[in-house]
Design a binder for this molecule. Structure first.
Ligand SMILES: NC(=O)C1=CN([C@@H]2O[C@H](COP(=O)(O)OP(=O)(O)OC[C@H]3O[C@@H](n4cnc5c(N)ncnc54)[C@H](OP(=O)(O)O)[C@@H]3O)[C@@H](O)[C@H]2O)C=CC1
Ligand SMILES: CC(=O)N[C@@H](CCC(=O)OP(=O)(O)O)C(=O)O
Length: 309
């Protein structure tokens, strides 16, 4: 059956990416507002209530406003913003999180798209917590680097302006980034992870790293034990893959331009040191790719339709 999809925020970085992925799909009637009406609440209210599905690609406050404008029980929502990722009554839109998560998303009226950094972090950590390899009360830290499109239009303008600001910038040094609560909740951790993000002078791409002192973990797992647990968790997934290569290097562009996530467990067995590494595209599985995947699941389309794998 053909379904109508309204993208609210279709002129922004994430909205444009979703638009490109949905354009030309026969099963989808794509609705966007003309430029002079895209912020007009009356036009948005009408489009929001007419559509079978809406995808919100807006700042958090505007996303909350859009949800409040929906006054019918039929329209189903995918929110790409941070606004509802830890909210009650919203389904977390990460189909690979648990074997049952896809069915929950399929039946949900309100789905929150995961954040880009949490996507990498959760893909690495949730299966290890579930398997008891990482205790729920473990003190985890996570370092990450993102392409500058992660900061939306304003950061793109900053990095593409006449004066190049920097090659690499660490930020959120007060250790209170907006993604910490989302990471803690959906990894089922007792403590917030210590999270240090950074941005590099490349448009898109992401690396998320979680150091693990294997020798200090209660079960003293091996590198292979961690890798095998991840491989079992994503067995059969076309989107999340576990690499078994012995790479000595990793680059931020590894999965840029795709909707894939690649997971690695690297380390020094003699020292009992390991690092979990996820590479993805902040605009792919970190945003637009995940929104399209969630739409596919909710509408009953082929799960990976329109994705770049
Ligand atoms: N970029 C990324 O990698 C990721 C982004 N996200 C999330 O997706 C959402 C969109 O981010 P992103 O695309 O990067 O941001 P952008 O700033 O590139 O785009 C946001 C869009 O929303 C429009 N907008 C702002 N306020 C309103 C309003 N009241 N009514 C209608 N439109 C409005 C903006 O218009 P104008 O520019 O004219 O103000 C702009 O077109 C955010 O919540 C972000 O957190 C999620 C994952 C990754
Ligand atoms: C480089 C950069 O600034 N990144 C953004 C996160 C982008 C993102 O994906 O976060 P949401 O999904 O929550 O919008 C930041 O750290 O705020």
């Amino acid at each position: 059956m053909r379904r109508s999809v309204f993208i609210d925020g279709a002129a922004g970085t994430t909205g444009l990416e979703i638009r490109e992925r949905l354009a030309g799909r026969a099963e989808i009637e794509l609705v966007t507002l003309p430029d002079d009406r895209r912020k007009d609440p009356a036009a948005r209210r009408a489009a929001l209530n007419d559509a079978d599905f809406v995808v919100l690609c807006l700042p958090d406050d505007a996303a909350r406003e859009s949800v409040a404008l929906i006054d019918n029980p039929r329209t189903r929502v995918i929110d790409a913003s941070t606004a509802h990722r830890t909210a009650e009554r919203w389904c977390y839109g990460f189909p690979e999180l648990e074997p049952s998560q896809g069915a929950l998303i399929e039946g949900a009226a309100r789905v929150s798209n995961p954040g880009c950094y949490p996507t990498g972090f959760l893909a690495l950590v949730r299966p290890l917590v579930r398997a008891g390899i990482v205790p729920a009360d473990w003190a985890l830290s996570v370092h990450a680097v993102s392409g500058y499109s992660g900061g939306g239009r304003q950061m793109i303008e900053e990095f593409e302006g006449d004066t190049v600001p920097t090659a690499w910038r660490g930020y959120a040094l007060a250790l209170a980034h907006k993604h910490v609560a989302e990471m803690q909740r959906h990894a089922r951790l007792e403590h917030p992870p210590l999270f240090l993000p950074s941005v590099a002078r490349t448009y898109r791409g992401m690396v998320v790293e979680v150091p693990l002192p294997l020798h200090a973990l209660p079960r003293r797992p091996s590198i292979d034990t961690c890798r095998d647990a991840l491989a079992a968790a994503y067995d059969g997934s076309e989107i999340i893959r576990v690499a078994a290569d012995d790479r000595a290097t990793v680059e931020v562009e590894e999965d840029a331009g795709t909707d894939r996530v690649t997971l690695r467990v690297v380390g020094n067995a003699a020292r009992g040191h390991a690092v979990l590494i996820a590479t993805l595209d902040n605009l792919g599985k970190g945003a637009a790719g995940a929104a399209v995947q969630n739409l596919n699941v909710m509408a009953g389309f082929a799960t990976t339709a329109g994705l770049v794998l």
